[in-house]
Design a protein around this ligand. Structure first.
Ligand code: WQD
Length: 337
């Protein structure tokens, strides 16, 4: 079976391609290479021994998307990762995010709605919950108006899929990621460092390696045990495996609704200081950091209630924070050699 993975050379996309190939799927990747490089294809092949088919494609170009689907009739499912994902950048440049994250989604769905079988996995985010009232967060927690345009594109994307599925053959699963971290244990693929990292873990590993002077901890005055904000850090390989299971659910017609939603996290919340201390433990290094003011738009706490993914999908994250941090550190050292 041929599976289209958009953004398949990206951080989560590439790890998902590996797991798809491990399960025997034929994979076709499209990526516009705006936030990755072709070398990721080599990394995937070094892990699985199989080179996925690849086409450079910018999904913002409607005619190119139409032409692509004219040439590929035998796609059984689509996992859609391709999107811009930097929260801060989205505030500075909202139209870049609305064009890239919404138009592309619409153009793909316009093609899928013409197919008799259209299975669609959407990369969403816990950011749609904003600051949820209750921890851990279930899929029934209200979707709030996300603070960033990035978060808003995920909320709108979900709504577009729901409206489309109601009146077409499209069946979809929305996967709301918490905080993806780490790298494949082979160190053949991982989070590619382009520019100054916005996310906590790559900034920590680059600081640990000496590329950054110190980590700025955005606030220690939150109502949490140690005052720093709490998140649910999930190993990217665990996240990737969840995508394959979700896809198989649709391919095997096990879904009980046209659109299903799952939170993908570990179910455990970790504070920024706990992540720092875990890094120090796995690396044996002291991490230089300073406490600064809160970052605009950050929530106090977000970690997943994973009961639904555990029972309905039959999926559970396997890696601990320590294992995930160790894989991130191993990757950092590998790419700096
Ligand atoms: C985590 C914690 C920061 C950097 C966002 C998106 C989410 C997903 C992951 C794309 C927070 C603190 C961070 C730093 C810090 N996006 N921090 N110093 O904001 O929880 O989630 O990225 O896939 O959709 O919303 O992740 O890693 O940026 O921050 O203190 O230099 O680390 O304040 O508490 P976030 P993050």
């Amino acid at each position: 079976m041929k599976i289209l993975v958009t953004g398949g050379l990206g951080f989560i996309g590439s790890h998902t391609v590996v797991e798809l190939q491990n399960e025997g799927f034929e994979v076709l990747i499209v990526d516009n290479l705006s936030n990755t490089s072709l070398s990721v294809l080599d990394g995937i092949q070094n892990i699985t021994g199989k080179v996925p088919a690849f086409e450079k494609l910018d999904l913002r170009e409607k005619d190119k998307v139409q032409d692509f689907f004219k040439r590929h009739h035998d796609i059984s499912g689509v996992i859609h990762f391709a999107a811009s994902k930097a929260v801060g950048e989205s505030v500075e440049n909202p139209l870049l995010y609305y064009e890239n994250n919404i138009n592309a989604l619409v153009y793909i769905l316009q093609e899928l709605q013409q197919k008799t079988e259209a299975n669609f996995i959407f990369s969403s985010s816990c950011t749609v919950y904003g600051q949820a009232e209750t921890m851990p967060i279930t899929e029934n927690a209200p979707v709030q108006q996300p603070i960033s345009p990035y978060g808003n594109t995920k909320k709108i994307g979900e709504e577009i899929i729901i409206d489309t599925a109601k009146v077409t053959n499209v069946n979809a699963i929305l996967l709301r990621y918490f905080n993806p971290i780490g790298a494949h244990p082979s160190t053949e693929i991982g989070e590619l460092p382009i520019g100054v990292p916005q996310n906590l873990v790559p900034f920590i590993t680059q600081t640990g390696f000496g590329l950054r002077k110190e980590l700025a901890v955005y606030g220690d005055d939150y109502p949490t045990p140690d005052g720093t904000a709490v998140r649910d850090y999930i190993h990217v390989v665990d996240l990737a495996k969840a995508h394959v299971i979700a896809l198989q659910r649709l391919l095997n017609k096990k879904n009980t609704a046209k659109v299903e939603t799952f939170n993908l996290g570990t179910g455990t919340g970790s504070s920024v200081l706990e992540v720092i201390h875990t890094f120090e433990k796995v690396s044996g290094k002291k991490l230089p950091y300073k406490i600064v003011g809160r970052r605009e738009g950050d929530v106090t706490s977000a970690y997943a209630n994973t009961d639904k993914a555990n029972t309905v999908l039959g999926w559970k994250a396997q890696s601990t924070l320590e294992e995930a941090m160790a894989s991130a550190w191993k990757w950092e050292q590998k790419i700096r050699k």
